[in-house]
Design a protein around this ligand. Structure first.
Ligand code: ATP
Ligand code: MG
Length: 242
């Protein structure tokens, strides 16, 4: 992919892309208040890859959703590229989600009536890119993810690992600064999991993306540059975890 396709990250001279301070999130469930995030703070540098592990229900998806602008914390601040997400209007937040963040989930959420190529190009096309440019970009990403022979396949004609690789390509098509992956290999067997993880981390590294991977898979977590665990509502370096 040429430089003009995936542009340089704008960092304004600041090496930190994501700055999270004191994020708190509770849910009220009946008479009970569930304190899920109890003051999460961390920084992510441009190009850093981080893995987050933690028990089921510890709040990993909640944290990713807040970082991705899909949900709000109760208090605390998150800034991405020096912009405070809490200060954004709904429209600006939608633009943030579309242009600055790439999401990959446990389930691929590919559109079944569209080919792999169309699934990858659509977010770029919807964001206003010319069709030809979006198609070119999608083709390049699919080639990077070893899917050159599968561009015309529909999701039902792809293996589980291939679908997740298409989802990785789709997450990158709008050239986001930040890629958020929530259990991206949770549905895959060990071989496919390793292949998808390798391509995910490899793509992030190649294009200088900042990546957070939530995973239960030790091997997938081990590939990250930084390791965190979410325990008792707080994010700690994995080595400091109990
Ligand atoms: N909308 C909601 N209303 C009430 N409780 C919620 C809501 N969303 C999440 N929770 C609760 O918050 C806790 C954290 O959920 P979350 O999905 O973030 O966990 P997780 O760490 O991603 O778990 P898993 O590893 O199973 O995916 C859970 O106990 C969940 O039941
Ligand atoms: Mg989860």
């Amino acid at each position: 992919m040429s430089d003009c396709v995936m542009g340089d990250t704008v960092n304004g001279g600041n090496d930190i892309l994501v700055r999270v301070r004191g994020v708190v999130k509770s849910y009220v469930s009946g008479n009970e208040t569930l304190h899920i995030l109890r003051g999460v703070s961390f920084d992510l540098h441009h190009g850093e890859t981080a893995a987050v592990t933690g028990r089921s229900g510890s709040g990993k998806s909640t944290l990713l959703n807040i970082l991705g602008g899909l949900d709000h914390g109760d208090s605390g601040t998150i800034s991405v590229a020096d912009v405070d997400l809490g200060s954004l209007s709904e429209g600006a937040l939608a633009s943030y989600r579309r242009n600055q963040v790439g999401f990959i989930f446990q389930f691929h959420y590919l559109l079944k009536d569209f080919t792999a190529l169309e699934n990858v190009m659509l977010p770029a096309y919807i964001a206003g890119m010319k069709k030809k440019e979006a198609l070119d970009r999608a083709r390049t990403l699919l080639r990077d993810l070893d899917l050159e022979e599968r561009t015309g396949h529909y999701p039902s004609q792809l293996s589980g690992g291939e679908r997740q690789r298409v989802a990785v390509a789709r997450s990158l098509v709008n050239d986001p600064d930040l890629v958020l992956a929530d259990e991206p290999t949770g549905n895959l067997d060990p071989d496919n999991s390793a292949a998808v993880a390798e391509l995910l981390y490899g793509s992030a590294q190649k294009w200088g993306k900042t990546l957070i991977v939530v995973t239960h898979d030790e091997k997938v977590a081990a590939r990250a540059g930084t390791r965190y665990t979410l325990t008792a509502g707080q994010l700690a370096a994995a080595s400091e975890a109990p």
